[in-house]
Write a protein that binds this ligand. Structure first.
Ligand code: LLP
Length: 426
């Protein structure tokens, strides 16, 4: 037996996850199939806990909104970063306490703001317009809503441009130079308690410097805000910690992130004599490596490349098509066999860009083989669609070799369930 990751091994040439044989899982539940290892979620969450013992960890529900995963994290003590009423609903349903939730978003609907007010959820306000709407809603129902402002710190996170969120050109946040003014304004508005500050500079960040730079900029703003009399109860530094999708990549761990930001946070809070709570919002780090996507080979074709056609495409894992992301791939039923060919793994979607993995050295592949795509737990199922008339696949949870379905496979009914043909066309 040799280990690919702590919880992903090979036994008798078959890939295992959480001690379950992936070939048996594919037989039992069908493919495509998302398989999540429960204990890895807890390990990853604990690594954050340990690195930031005094902070609150608000799991970013967008990374993987499975109710079961949210439930496991709720039990482990996590809060949640939610970006829609849907995510808020899921987080509450999973048992995440409302006081440990931050409602984020650059374009929230009135309905969403009203719900936040009603339910007493903290809001990260992204614009002056939103501030005033929220103030109206809160004062109309005689409530006070705790808010942070999402700050745009103008930091380059050195990641894919589509997931860099803290550049001054990005759609997120209040420009740094306007921050003090908007806190002043908020402090004079009814129904609003400005008591936090928030930023998030991007995702899949593989260096710690951008985090330090953002922390410095944030703490400088904290000082200015405190100077005008704002009583800051929390500082939310967002998230963005990357993971090594590619074995050649090195990624910082939560303790490296802690070393990058805690000294800045502690020094400044001590200097100004305040003790706000630190909040972090990890998504990817908590769930990415907990999950694999199993997909069956439909066909093998020698053309411009050696194409392997599988039954999952960007309908189920859009990251390679959308961000040119790399995911480690192996043949689950030949996991230890020597690589002897270069293959390109292509999905079944009617688009040239539907490639899951390019030019990979793998053992000889034939129809019926099982491909495993690693690190698919973050922004995998949560970004899945029914494109090309393909119902979404099932998700299962593994714990010490035992498995349970945590989301059933959709069927054709799910493609048509909400559709209506106008009577005049019947
Ligand atoms: N907080 C906020 C406000 C966010 O916008 C995000 C992610 C997070 C926390 C969690 O960041 P993480 O720990 O996962 O880096 N679909 C892309 C990633 C989009 C990230 C969106 N925001 C991908 O597949 O790489």
């Amino acid at each position: 037996m040799f280990t690919i990751k702590d919880h992903i091994d090979v036994q008798d040439n078959h890939l295992t996850i959480g001690k379950a044989d992936t070939t048996e899982l594919a037989e039992k539940y069908g493919t495509p199939l998302y398989v999540t290892n429960e204990s890895r979620i807890i390990e990853n969450f604990s690594a954050y806990r340990k690195a930031f013992p005094d902070a609150e960890i608000y799991y970013a529900a967008k990374a993987n909104g499975s109710l079961t995963i949210l439930r496991l994290l709720a039990r482990a003590g996590a809060g949640a970063d939610v970006f829609s009423y849907g995510e808020l609903y899921l987080a509450l349903l999973a048992g995440i306490p409302r006081e440990k939730i931050l409602f984020n978003g650059n374009s929230k609907t009135d309905f969403e703001l009203q719900k936040a007010v009603e339910l007493g959820i903290k809001v990260s306000v992204d614009s002056r317009n939103e501030l005033h709407t929220l103030s109206e809603f809160a004062s109309d129902c005689g409530k006070t809503t705790q808010i942070a402002f999402r700050v745009n710190p103008d930091v380059s996170p050195k990641t894919h441009p589509k997931i860099a969120t803290g550049l001054c050109s990005s759609k997120f946040g209040i420009p740094s130079k306007e921050v003090v003014k908007i806190y002043q304004e908020a402090s004079e508005l009814p129904g609003i308690s400005p008591c936090g500050i928030h930023c998030h500079i991007g995702s899949q960040i593989l260096e710690t410097e951008p985090f330090t730079e953002a922390a410095q900029k944030m703490m400088d703003l904290v000082e200015k805000i405190v100077d005008i009399g704002i009583d800051l109860k929390f500082v939310d530094m967002g998230s963005g910690l990357g993971i090594p999708y590619n074995k050649a990549e090195e990624a910082p761990k939560p303790h490296d992130l802690a070393n990058a930001i805690l000294p800045v946070f502690r020094e400044k809070t001590q200097e100004i004599g305040i003790s706000p709570k630190l909040i972090l919002e990890p998504g990817r780090y908590i769930v990415a490596d907990t999950t694999i996507l199993l997909t069956r080979v439909n066909t093998v074709k020698k053309a411009a490349r050696n194409f392997v056609g599988v039954d999952a495409g960007f309908n189920l894992l859009i990251r390679p098509a959308m961000y040119e992301s790399y995911h480690y791939v192996l043949v689950a039923n030949k996991a230890r066999s020597a690589p002897d060919e270069t293959y390109t793994i292509a999905g079944p979607i009617c688009e040239t860009g539907d490639i899951l993995a390019e030019d990979r050295k793998l053992p000889g592949i034939v129809k019926g083989d099982l491909i495993a795509i690693l690190d698919a737990g973050a922004y995998g199922f949560s970004m899945a669609s029914q494109y090309n008339g393909r119902p979404r696949c099932a998700e299962i949870l593994v714990k010490d070799g035992d498995t349970e379905i945590i989301r059933s496979r959709e069927d054709i009914e799910d493609l048509i369930g909400k559709q209506r043909i106008p009577a005049r066309l019947l």
